[in-house]
Design a protein around this ligand. Structure first.
Ligand SMILES: [Cu+2]
Length: 183
């Protein structure tokens, strides 16, 4: 009898374990995020930049196809290219996260452009970000706002409206997009 009870107890524990595994809130998806942050903005600045590294542990490529943030009217996917000493930003319709690899965003490279900031981005605050993937669906992230690096926070920038010193809007950025920036 004693033995039978403990067997039942064990069986019950196993069932509980299985149930709790099933009910675990975080189903570990193939995408893992790291090094996520938003750059602090300066007064008068209407655009901001966010960076996040996305690792894909799945067997299939995935694609970042859209992004949204509570801090900005819209968020664009951008890549930067260096041409004859000038950095040009280009809008991308989707960004690939290779299977078994990663998409690493960084200043001067791929980044998320926060268009028409609703409020200035202050260091120490947090910004919510939604990333929409072709396969993984919508992922919610919270990013810390980090101060600009020492070299670019000298306050001597002649163009406070530019979020990225030395960068020039070009190509697909001209046209309707450009108008939005000047508001
Ligand atoms: Cu950009």
């Amino acid at each position: 009898m004693q033995q039978r009870v403990s067997r039942l107890f064990c069986a019950g524990l196993l069932v509980l374990c299985a149930l709790s595994l099933k009910a675990a809130p975080e189903a570990p998806g193939p995408l893992v995020f790291s090094d996520a942050y938003v750059r602090a903005s300066v007064p008068g600045q209407s655009v901001g930049a966010a960076y996040v590294s996305i690792h894909n542990h799945g067997p299939q490529d995935d694609f970042l196809i859209a992004a949204h943030s509570s801090a900005a009217a819209s968020v664009d996917l951008h890549s930067s290219h260096n041409q004859q000493g000038m950095t040009h930003m280009q809008r991308e319709s989707r960004l690939r996260i290779p299977a078994g690899g990663a998409l690493q965003m960084q200043p001067g490279g791929v980044h998320l452009m926060l268009q028409n900031l609703k409020t200035p981005l202050k260091a120490g605050e947090q910004v919510t970000l939604q990333l929409v993937f072709e396969k993984a669906g919508t992922q919610h992230l919270t990013l810390p706002v980090r101060a600009l690096s020492a070299e670019s926070s000298s306050g001597t920038d002649s163009m406070p409206g530019m979020s990225m010193p030395g960068m020039r809007m070009d190509g697909p950025m001209n046209g309707p997009q450009q108008g939005a920036h000047s508001h």
